[in-house]
Ligand binder design. Structure first.
Ligand code: NAI
Ligand code: SOE
Length: 383
């Protein structure tokens, strides 16, 4: 079988997750990676067992054997790399957020339309098997009319003022931090499975640590290292640790969402509750192998991730039988699987995968949420 040849750009935390997910597909092969310099690229390539190592992403894009690029760098580089990738005729798989703002995002969506390449987002929370089961339950009308969606995405890896990441700085992160970083996953998941569109938002932001201790040397994402005074300088922070967003959806449903990156004990918890006229359903990404289904006139249920219990058309999102738990990396494998199905099937196919348009949608939501928080009023989300 001829394998699709792939290059991964950026190999910090999520780059290696992509490498593993790509390797779990039958028809793909990671042949190259790029990093910020040749030395790091070679070291990463050796540790990941990848042949070609480039110290500049432009060299990877110029490699005629590379057919697909995966962009796993900090946010501020997504736009430029995606643009160069599309113009070079490569399929592009981009990390969220798609770009730094709606203007960049719009340009990328237009470019994607003009070129015969697949332009996909790694919006992987959609493809937990039970998230797809909920999507199918909603599509079949099991929940009835949706009245309300409530939830949160909370983490504690930025809990201390000695915790630091490029995500804290607008120049690398974009117009918002927590909303762009993890709010994007929540909104993408909720909108894509319910089919509802967020019409307007009213947001409240807080930065609990207005000063943080920035390490003098680079630190890895999730390093958890407690710094000593000789290791850092104090810097002002203007990105949000916390936000709560009131939501009005286009079907008249209501919602609320809280994002918090200083929530002690919440490691990486994306949580939503969907309340319909027939029943309710709840998903928690820290317990992704079960969902709660709530009834008024009968016992509530816990549904376990078990392909034999799931609707037939979502069984494909499972890698393993019931009792064999699946998590973050498995959801990623499923997103990547659908993207490569689309690459094989061609641009006009109807394969379901997250597209640049979905990445743009998240940027439009971020813009409205940031504006609402700044102006302390309801803001309509502009397409
Ligand atoms: P990270 O800081 O751990 O890794 C970024 C890597 O990119 C580093 O190894 C860095 O040296 C490299 N890099 C920087 N500039 C580069 C350049 N010009 N060329 C090549 N490599 C370069 O960051 P992390 O956590 O891996 O995040 C990367 C992106 O992935 C972000 O946009 C983030 O929002 C997204 N992300 C998505 C996740 C998901 O579940 N979908 C999970 C984690 C991150
Ligand atoms: C850090 O907040 C992070 O790695 C995000 O960047 C990811 O998108 C999310 O999946 C996990 O948390």
């Amino acid at each position: 079988m001829k394998k699709i040849k792939v290059g991964v750009i950026g190999t910090g935390f999520i780059g290696p997750v992509h490498v593993e997910a790509i390797r779990r597909q039958p028809n793909t092969e990671v042949i190259a990676l790029s990093e910020i310099n040749e030395e790091l690229a070679r070291a990463k390539a050796d540790s990941l067992g990848i042949e070609r190592a480039y110290g500049d992403y432009k060299e990877l894009i110029a490699d005629p054997d590379v057919e697909v690029i995966h962009i796993c760098t900090p946010n501020h580089l997504h736009y430029q790399i995606a643009k160069e990738g599309i113009l070079a005729g490569k399929h592009v798989v981009c990390e969220k957020p798609l770009a730094m703002n709606v203007e960049e995002g719009k340009e990328l969506v237009e470019l994607a339309k003009e070129h015969d390449v697949i332009c996909a987002m790694h919006l992987n929370c959609r493809t937990y098997p039970l998230v797809q089961q909920i999507r199918e339950m909603i599509a079949r009308g099991d929940l009835g009319t949706i009245f309300a969606v409530n939830g949160s995405y909370q983490q504690d890896w930025l809990f201390k003022d000695t915790d630091y990441s490029w995500r804290l700085e607008k120049q690398f992160s974009g117009e918002s931090r927590a909303i762009a970083d993890i709010g994007t996953h929540w909104f993408d998941t909720v909108e894509s499975i319910t089919g509802l569109k967020t019409e307007k938002v009213c947001a409240d932001f807080e930065t609990f640590y207005k000063i943080r201790k920035k390490p003098l040397k680079p630190v890895e994402t999730y390093s958890g290292k407690v710094l000593q005074p000789s290791d850092y300088e104090e810097v002002p922070i203007d990105t949000e640790d916390y936000a709560t967003v009131l939501i009005k959806f286009d079907n008249g449903a209501h919602g609320s969402f809280t994002v918090n990156q200083v929530a002690a004990g919440r490691k990486n918890r994306m949580y939503f509750e969907i309340y319909g006229s027939k029943c309710s359903v709840v998903f928690d990404s820290e317990e992704p192998n079960q969902i709660w289904i709530g009834h008024r006139d009968g016992n509530n249920e816990i549904m376990m991730k078990d392909p034999s219990l799931m609707y037939p058309n979502v069984v494909e999102y499972n890698s393993y039988p019931g009792g064999h738990t699946e998590g973050f990396a498995d959801a990623s494998k499923q997103t990547i699987r659908k993207i490569y199905e689309a690459i094989e099937a061609g641009k006009d196919s109807d394969v379901y995968y997250p597209k640049f348009e979905d990445g743009y949608r998240e940027l439009a939501l971020c813009k409205a949420i940031v504006k609402s928080a700044a102006e302390e009023k309801w803001v309509v989300v502009e397409e």
